[in-house]
Design a protein around this ligand. Structure first.
Ligand code: FAS
Ligand code: PHB
Length: 389
């Protein structure tokens, strides 16, 4: 089989790239290790920057998003039992959009099927061949049969545990990593969100986040130990702890209910440089990871896809390789700014086991400054709604 672009990974990065390429007449295939149902069973991001919404429109996959999502003009920061709002619209031109990654991925799969896009599921033993040559290829096994795919370019959209990043020789890649001493315990419940906007809470018991998917679907997170397990948390224990971590005015009105999903995610910052190796280009979690405190994981996967799609489009339309040659440094410029913001939000809002009294005072001063300073709020808003591509 031969395609222009072979995409490893059928998560949001791979699917968004495939759809954008299709819209420009560039032939692609998506190779996904799992089934569509499995991919859609994952509960992840919930807040979209303007950039990914615009890309979904460009990809022809935004009808449901535009019909069912809603916009948030700000967010709430809570600490010491009090809270304050940060009005994005006072400092930026765009709000954020609330729409679950699961639904966005579902829309992309539906759009791909509508155009009969080639997608292989249950793909195993993916091997990338000759990425540094002008004729790369992929070998893999699908339903027990060997499949060989010749292509012009390969997009590694296979997430943190995929094969793409590992194809870059260890001596040719530099990896930066910071592991946080806590995780996030998240639940989904068919309850009314506690507030119409998100609440990021720093409490002496640890971080909490109150988010949502719609008016009757809430998403909550609690900072937990790295070795914690969902079996240690009954729904009642989760709700009790959440109420202790958010200001009373919210806790008193919190609607609890049975969890329909419960999971724990580790928190890390990670960047792989470079994000390309010959004709292999990494996008999204395959290249970088952020702690979800800044709601940047999915959104930065989208900016990578924008840069790679634009570069591929320039090559196929004008045989100009310049954007492809500079993809990694272009993408990394924005990636590092997002890494900084996500680290800053995480450091400001979480309690660290080794925090000294001095550290706690500094964290408190950071939050006081954010509450009192318009320039500090403008900086948070500018980063949160999404830096320009
Ligand atoms: P993904 O990991 O989503 O997709 C990669 C795909 O490649 C997967 O479907 C995988 O099955 C497939 N794959 C892997 N190896 C393969 C192989 N060898 N061959 C073929 N296919 C292969 N971000 C936020 O902004 N907010 C959040 O709250 C949030 N929560 C998260 C919770 C968890 C547990 C995780 C892991 C991530 C979370 N993220 C969050 C980040 C998340 O949204 C990612 O940024 C986003 O999924 C990135 O999309 P992709 O780059 O497509 O990677
Ligand atoms: C979510 O709704 O899942 C969510 C929202 C904002 C974040 C992280 C996760 O920063």
């Amino acid at each position: 089989m031969r395609v222009n672009v072979a995409i490893i990974g059928g998560g949001p990065s791979g699917l968004l790239l495939a759809q954008l390429l299709h819209q420009s007449g560039i032939d692609a295939i998506v190779l996904e290790r799992k089934t569509r149902e499995y991919v859609l069973s994952r509960i992840r991001a919930g807040v979209l920057e303007r950039g990914i919404v615009d890309l979904m429109v460009k990809a022809g996959a935004a009808d449901r998003l535009q019909a069912e999502s809603f916009t948030h003009d700000g967010t709430v920061i809570a600490y010491k039992g009090e809270s304050f709002a940060i009005p994005f619209s006072k400092y930026t031109a765009h709000p954020v959009t609330v729409y679950g990654q699961t639904e966005l991925t579902r829309d992309l799969y539906d759009a791909r099927e509508a155009v009969n896009g080639k997608t292989l599921f249950n793909v195993e033993d993916v091997v990338i061949n000759n990425a540094k040559s002008s004729s790369p290829s992929i070998d893999c096994i699908v339903d027990g049969k060997q499949v060989h795919i010749d292509c012009d370019y390969i997009a590694g959209c296979d997430g943190f545990h995929g094969v793409s990043r590992q194809t870059i020789p260890p001596e040719a890649r530099r990896e930066y990593e910071k592991n946080y001493p806590f995780g996030w315990l998240g639940i989904l419940s068919e309850t009314k969100p506690v507030h119409e906007e998100l609440i990021y809470a720093n409490s002496d018991r640890g971080f909490a986040l109150c988010s949502m998917r719609n008016e009757r679907l809430s998403r909550y997170y609690l900072q937990c130990d790295t070795n914690d397990h969902i079996d240690n948390w009954s729904d009642a224990q989760f709700w009790d702890e959440l109420k202790k971590r958010i200001p009373e005015k919210f806790a008193d009105t919190l609607e609890s209910g049975p969890s329909i999903e419960k999971s724990i995610a580790p928190l890390r910052s990670f960047v792989c440089e470079p994000m390309q190796w010959g004709r292999l280009f990494l996008c999204g979690d395959a290249a970088h990871i952020v702690p979800p405190t800044g709601a940047k994981g999915l959104n930065t996967a989208a900016s990578d896809v924008h840069y790679l799609f634009t570069a591929l489009k320039q090559w196929y339309a004008e045989k100009d390789h310049q954007l492809l040659d500079t993809y990694s440094q272009t993408a990394l410029k924005r990636v590092w700014k997002v890494e900084r913001f996500s680290w800053w939000m995480t450091t400001m809002l979480h309690r660290f086991p080794d925090q000294s009294d001095f550290d706690l005072q500094i964290q408190s001063a950071e939050l006081d400054f954010l509450r009192e300073s318009e320039s500090a709020q403008a900086s948070l808003a500018t980063n949160y709604v999404g830096l320009p591509y």
